[in-house]
Design a protein. Structure first.
Lengths: 431, 323, 304
């Protein structure tokens, strides 16, 4: 009896809560003249951590900045796609990743403010590397976002493992030895054959490491100038496939899947000696390998020239509630001064040429990486970068090739069969 | 009331066309227009928030739709379905779904039944055990991902370390077809066994004690009681869990996605653990082909319909035979 | 025994007679109550409990170590005091306090609504004959069969139309009822609720509503308790739709947790520490209320 009455009371309370919850969908209150800017980002931006929002709010007391962040960009992108489809619920500023900038440029360029049409646009845009502005530019010349960081690539290697295998450990010497990928594979063969090689270690983490770096060194990677996928005929794919599948077939790779658990563990356990590393991956290595590996890693030039992996933009939806203030904030956050701060505080490499050439950036060294002059190495990589056309399917196509290469390395699939598998998968992806 | 008199009803669960059966006495109560009032709250919400998306998916499956341009849908009739039938990726996913489904559902339900039986004993710490059984379902996906990634790792995984310690070879759990499907089944079993056990446990409370008393007087062992009193008494619930688990197995999506570790949606380097649910996600959200994904969704619906229909038919046959 | 017999709402409906309790109902007892568990039972249950608890324990371990430490061979096996530092960082990074309050409201509403609607509908489908009931039940079960991952696009269009984006009802209402729950209650009641009991209530002249409250609900209580637990957990851990409909301005726990540990190097310790405090409230609820909730599973049979 009492139990029954109690549970009925609980039911009533629950219903009341339900009614309350559905009844009061609170809206943004506060009419004290402040403007709240919503910034919708995924994990990699780091403005808040670098204290840039606080700085900006101090400069502009009328502005309040609220960041909402989703750690994984895939989750973020799904939300963005849904909200773009409904043209509703977009923030004042939205983060855009290289993995989906081509899709937004092709399909939603009109939904974003055109940074090329603003006053003083030429001056603003000319501060960025060309290859950073190009991917965010639509066919009719709209620029949907301004660049934040970039990912010029180099080659990271374990000095101690190289030494045990009797290989040179000097970064200049290695950069010369692996001026191209043939030279790199040659070093890899020497590593694999070395009697002193640490047991259970491989030369490179994954065939994908070679492939994804080499493919963008061609004139074309996965797409032509119109953003149409051309994976079968592109020079970049052919050269990269030859190098990566050779490494996989000859057992030079650890056959790991990048960003998987085993890959993470391999850093901590010293499972491989080299990995192609964009500027941002230095932080990844530092964190995964831990303090015990300080000074063991070093950075040399990437074989075959420079290339870029990763990096983002900030865009302002046309439907943004506070369009002008949002544009001003984006321009401030991506200006050279702030990009320099992002480099010194968060180690994000600038996409602004002006910032990259500043001594605070170009003179930087990284102690964890044996004092490597990372500012200079990545700066040179960035300066010599050429723009390669991208398509909205680049990430997916690369995933298909990486998977096929993993099969060569771990399942003994022949490179030709693996290539055919990849092409079948890509046909399905591109549809 | 005897358990046996419930049988025709059991059979009609998922086969709505079954005749009520003359065994049931029509009464004033059961012929009741109040039924509409009772189902109304559910159906009002259902119509608002479930029916529209449900029909939308059907409509989309007949169009060529790009996720980037949902408004620009082009009518293509049944072309998406035709493409599916000729797609090696679809059949591969269907095969994987079947094997993972069998590998995970059968032991999961059997173990749940056993576990419920154990929990039904007079126990010290009964509350603790029951809450513990539900923990896998309460554990977040992120935590489970980390744990199982570390368990099933090829080079640094704990399971392989154990295998090596007792003289076996390491297994590339994620890379192989059978090994990956087995590993995923383990995750599914881990996550859902306690869930089903609780459902069984609730149903066990409805079995009248006098049936057990009678069985004891007849000298039936505990095991015999379990077989001849518990199982028949649970029949509607068992059918329920079979139907729900079948649906869950065909729609399996989270566990294979979690198992890849790095968030890729292709279900392994050779799609060796790509399921239909993951394929649909891959088509729609990764590759932007909404129409194709919707066709896959409806193909899954048809598959489930056939399987569940078969279950219902089977249950009806059995019930008839027993009567 | 009579004290525990369910009585109708006599204060709400004065003058009405309590529904009679058929004598056989008194003899219905929990099947296992008289059967003592043997040592083997305990061994099996303890093993199962260990396997069930382990990932949660590992969450605490991972929440107190750096990425490198947790990836080392062999990994650490004990949590340490850093866990509290990391929990503090997680609370700083994401509005977890607000998220917890929101989630309690959201999961609570969904649970109450689901249990109520599904018991009503389940009872009707199990025991009442009305035109089209089988077709409607078929429709209910049928909707379970169509995967929902694509439905979020039209659903979001709808929510946007209603201007509910970033508001809790956008999560509550679409998940308020489940076909699963209706089907579950229907299956349970079809065998647990004897027709004679309903007949007896009817003979006594009780209204349909009274029959529901004083006969159906007591019998349904074990299933309602289980449905409530499962619904609450599902709602608590749901993230696919909430991540689309809400942002960190007004998040549920899973939405807030999705924003944790960002950066080019996801900070696993913070993510795991956050995950732990996102899960703890459930444990607290189940441990404190466990006797009542779990007890509810027994009550229908024992006290009915």
């Amino acid at each position: 009896m009492t139990v029954l009455r109690k549970s009925r009371a609980a039911l009533g309370v629950g219903l009341a809560v339900a009614l309350l919850a559905t009844g009061c969908g609170g809206s943004d209150a506060g009419d004290d003249g402040t403007i709240t800017l919503d910034v919708g980002l995924f994990g990699t931006f780091g403005f808040e951590e670098a204290g840039l929002y606080d700085e900006y709010m101090e400069l502009h007391p009328e502005i309040r900045i609220e960041e909402t962040s989703v750690e994984r960009s895939a989750d973020y992108y799904r939300t963005l796609q849904t909200r773009l489809a409904a043209n509703s619920g977009l923030a004042d500023i939205q983060g855009i990743e290289i993995g989906f900038v081509a899709d937004l440029v092709a399909n939603h360029a009109d939904a974003f403010v055109d940074f090329a049409a603003l006053d003083g646009a030429d001056e603003v845009l000319s501060g960025f590397y060309d290859w950073k502005v190009e991917p965010a530019t639509s066919e009719d010349g709209r620029v949907i976002g301004l660049g934040t960081d970039a990912g010029p690539e180099a080659m990271c290697y374990r000095r101690d493992l190289f030494e045990q295998a009797g290989l040179p450990t000097d970064r200049a010497e290695l950069s010369a030895l692996w001026a191209d990928w043939d030279g790199y594979l040659e070093v890899g063969r020497r590593y694999a054959a070395a009697p002193g090689r640490a047991e259970g270690t491989s030369f490179v983490d994954s065939p994908a490491s070679i492939f994804s770096a080499a493919v963008y060194q061609g004139e074309y990677a996965y797409a032509d100038e119109d953003g149409q996928p051309i994976p079968e005929t592109s020079d970049g794919v052919q050269a990269a496939w030859a190098d990566a599948s050779t490494a996989a077939e000859e057992g030079l790779t650890a056959g790991l899947t990048q960003f998987g658990d085993e890959w993470n563990s391999a850093f901590a356990n010293g499972g491989f000696a080299t990995v192609a590393c964009p500027a941002w991956m230095l932080g990844y290595i530092t964190s995964q390998a831990g303090d015990g590996a300080a000074g063991l890693w070093d950075v040399a030039a990437l074989p075959g020239g420079s290339t870029n992996w990763g990096g983002s933009w900030l865009g302002v939806p046309e439907s943004a509630e506070n369009r002008e203030e949002a544009v001003a904030l984006v321009q401030w956050l991506t200006a050279p001064e702030q990009q320099i701060k992002m480099f010194t505080r968060e180690a994000h490499f600038p996409s602004s040429q002006v910032a990259a050439e500043d001594p605070a950036v170009s003179g930087a060294v990284n102690d964890y990486f044996n004092g490597a002059p990372v500012g200079e190495i990545f700066g040179q990589s960035a300066a010599s970068l050429q723009f390669t056309p991208i398509s909205r399917y680049d990430t997916q196509i690369q995933e298909a090739f990486s998977s096929a290469l993993t099969n060569v390395a771990t399942q003994g699939t022949s490179p030709d069969d693996a290539f055919d598998d990849a092409m079948a998968e890509i046909d399905d992806i591109v549809g | 009331m005897t358990i046996a008199s419930d049988e025709p009803q059991v059979a009609s669960i998922a086969a709505p066309s079954a005749p009520p059966g003359p065994a049931r006495r029509p009464s004033r109560l059961t012929r009741n227009r109040w039924g509409y009032a009772y189902v109304a709250p559910f159906f009002v919400l259902f119509a608002c928030f479930s029916l529209y998306p449900f029909l939308y998916t059907a409509w989309i499956s007949l169009h060529d739709v790009d996720l980037g341009d949902v408004d620009g849908a082009q009518w293509v009739g049944l072309a998406n379905y035709g493409e599916l039938l000729t797609s090696e990726f679809f059949w591969n996913a269907a095969r994987n779904t079947l094997t993972i489904g069998v590998l995970s559902t059968v032991p999961q339900l059997a173990m749940a039944l056993g576990l419920a039986h154990l929990l039904n004993y007079s126990l010290r710490g009964r509350t603790f055990f029951r809450v513990a059984m539900l923990l896998p379902y309460a554990t977040s996906i992120a935590a489970a991902t980390l744990v199982f990634g570390q368990l099933f790792g090829r080079d640094y995984g704990l399971i392989n370390a154990g295998l090596e310690a007792v003289g076996f070879d390491r297994v590339d759990w994620e890379g192989g077809t059978w090994s990956s499907q087995l590993a995923i089944s383990v995750i599914v079993i881990w996550r859902w066994t306690g869930y089903n056990a609780l459902i069984y446990l609730a149903a066990m409370q409805a079995i009248p004690e006098d049936l057990y008393e009678a069985a004891t007087l007849d000298g039936a062992s505990r095991w015999k009681q379990f077989l001849h009193v518990t199982i028949p008494g649970l029949r509607p619930t068992i059918l329920f869990t079979i139907v729900v688990s079948t649906i869950g197995a065909v729609q399996l999506f989270g566990e294979p996605l979690l198992f890849s570790g790095n968030g890729t949606t292709n279900g392994g380097s050779s799609n060796q653990y790509q399921t239909l649910g993951l394929l649909m996600y891959d088509q729609g959200w990764t590759n932007f082909h909404l129409g194709q994904a919707a066709a896959t969704a409806w193909a899954m619906f048809l598959i489930i319909l056939v399987v569940v229909g078969a279950w219902a038919l089977l249950a009806r046959r059995r019930a008839r035979a027993e009567r | 025994m009579t004290v525990t017999a369910p009585r109708p709402v006599d204060d709400a409906v004065p003058g009405s007679r309590p529904a009679p309790v058929p004598p056989r109902r008194r003899r219905r007892r929990a099947a296992g109550r008289v059967t003592q568990a043997g040592p083997l039972t305990y061994v099996l249950l303890v093993l199962t409990a260990l396997v069930s608890v382990f990932p949660l324990y590992w969450t605490a371990v991972a929440g107190s170590h750096t990425n490198a430490e947790i990836a080392a061979t062999p990994p650490p096996f004990l949590p340490d005091a850093d866990l509290f530092t990391n929990i503090g960082r997680a609370m700083d990074e994401a509005p977890i306090g607000l998220a917890l309050v929101n989630t309690i409201v959201v999961a609570g509403c969904i649970t109450v609504g689901t249990v109520l609607c599904c018991t009503l509908a389940g009872f009707a489908f199990a025991k009442l004959r009305f035109r089209g009931n089988k077709a409607l039940l078929g429709l209910v079960v049928g909707t379970m069969m169509v995967p929902t991952q694509l439905a979020i696009i039209p659903l979001f269009l709808l929510i946007a139309e209603l201007e509910w984006v970033n508001q809790l009802q956008a999560v509550v209402l679409p998940t308020l009822v489940t076909a699963f729950g209706v089907f579950f209650m229907r299956q349970y009641l079809s065998s647990a609720l004897p027709d004679e009991l309903l007949e007896a209530g009817r003979m006594d002249g009780a209204s349909t509503a009274r029959i529901f409250w004083s006969i159906v609900v007591p019998v349904a209580r074990p299933a309602m308790a289980v449905l409530a637990m499962l619904t609450f957990l599902t709602a608590w851990n749901d993230f696919f739709w909430p991540l689309i409909a809400l942002t960190n301005e007004n998040p549920t726990v899973q939405v807030a947790l999705a924003g944790l540990g960002g950066g080019y190097v996801p900070d696993r310790a913070v993510i795991m520490a956050g995950t732990l405090i996102g899960t703890l409230p459930i444990l607290v609820v189940f441990t404190v209320l466990g006797r009542h909730i779990v007890g509810g599973i027994m009550q229908g049979a024992v006290k009915g």
